[in-house]
Design a protein around this ligand. Sequence first.
Ligand code: ADP
Length: 583
Amino acid sequence: MSLGRALVFLVVAVLLAGSVPVGLALDRRLAAALEEKAAADLALARVLLTDRLASSADMRMMHAKDVAATPALAAALLAGDTVEAARVTADAPRGALELPVLVDSEGRSRLGPQPAATLVERTRAGEMPVVVVSEPGSVRMVALAPVHAEGRFLGAAGVVSAFDATEAAALSGLTRADVVVLDGDGAPAASTLDEAGLGGLLDAARTIGAGEASRIERDGRRWLLASAPIADGAASVLFLRDLDRELAVVPDLRRVALVSMAVALVVALLLGMLVAARLAGPVRALARAADRVAAGDLDAPLARAGVSEVAHVADAFDVMRQRLAARLRDLERANRELEDRQERLVALQAELLQRDRREAAGRLLTQLAHEVRNPVASVRNCLELLRRRVQEDPEAREIADLAIDELLRMHELAERMMDLDRPRDDGASECAPLEVCRHVARLAGTAADEGDGVRVEVSGDETVRAAIAPDALKQVLLNLVRNAREAMRQGGRIDLRVEAVEDRVRVQVLDTGPGIDANVLPRVFDPFFTTKADVRGVGLGLFTAEGLVRAAGGRLDATNRTDGPGARFDVELPRAGVAVEAA
Ligand code: ADP
């Protein structure tokens, strides 16, 4: 699993683990709190009812007194005109929901319902009673006040108000509960619920006593009930709260909570993805860089991480990478040096081998020349003798001449072979190469007079001196110039250049001939190697020259010119007066 996904998964898991139990607990707490609140409201409803009854009784009494004190009423009763008395009572001002009541001095009702005899007696006795009267199906409040005139009790007048649907609705508005007014038998006198709603609620209500609110369930609905007595149990009021309606807000709240949770989840997911991207991005870049290091790329860019721990790892990785790169560079350099050394060693070995071979060949040649020279001289003397003897025979003389010529060639060859070993000067061991070059050019110039169109040019440093006998250098350069001339049958130019290179002196011999074939080049210094088919070539010129240069502690190299056609020979010699390293 990738780091990014793990982080997002973690965020979601934490959010769900945290919010689901909290959501459930809140749901329960909310339902319980709402139920508690409803119960508290019901308890308050009973107090409100008591207050309302008290103030209602006071108001009724006040209205009863006002009606009884109407002067026309007393006059009508005194005159025995009960019809007039009833009219006056009916017209007297009173409360909106009140009905007028009038009884005569005998206690008979002249207007409104018939009050109980005890109530009339109490009025006659001077009391001004306010009582709640319960009859089957109705509950009323009656207030009576006596009507006196000329010291006589003429009757009683007052008001009656019913605990009807209006009163029940007013109470319901005050207490925020459904209200059922019950008569003394427990039958409903007024209610804010319809009959179907009341249903079996009343049976259940009978089982609960006055006091705390009780929870009941009827027809699949839950109710909270509280009962309050009126006028010492003459009637009662039932307060009801529909719990299903109260708790209807809970699913709404639950929905809101779910939506909020979903929004929070989405926000958390986005944030989680953002954090994951910020965290996982640099880690992924680090992993990619590690892969590229494994593939040999040590310069892959590293993204700057915002998370300090990851940035620390990236820095450490970078340092490690740089060190690795430095080590690899060291290793490569060491490898290259080793290869160079190996190449130089192989070249040196080849050169040593060739040098040994040439030295051995040189020794063999001079020895052979020594051995051949004397017998050749003796045979030549013999042939000279024979030639004199056969003076008369032209054919024999011609054969003798031929043999003598061949012996002369052999003698010359032996002499040239011995050049290698012969001391060349009177002890001089250094010279000015430019001077020797000029001398060789003069000699060559004499040859140039032969008309082969070859020009010899000399240039370079006059002061520089080389550690070689002038005679030896002259022979070397004569050989090289002769070869160059022979290579340029159609004419051309030979350059002799002298220059000092550090502790060495270099004499270059450059021509404008065809140059040397690549397959010929490695063999030009071999003894008896020649490409000249005519008699002139015996293949000892370069062999001898290389031997002379080597004997002086220098080296002779053959190559082709890079600035145009032609061969180039480099004679490198130690500088006179400078300590020479062992080659
Ligand atoms: P030789 O001159 O008798 O052939 P060298 O030893 O002097 O013997 O030369 C060997 C060979 O090197 C020559 O035969 C020729 O092929 C080649 N060579 C030497 N100098 C030159 C040059 N300047 N241009 C072309 N080839 C050359």
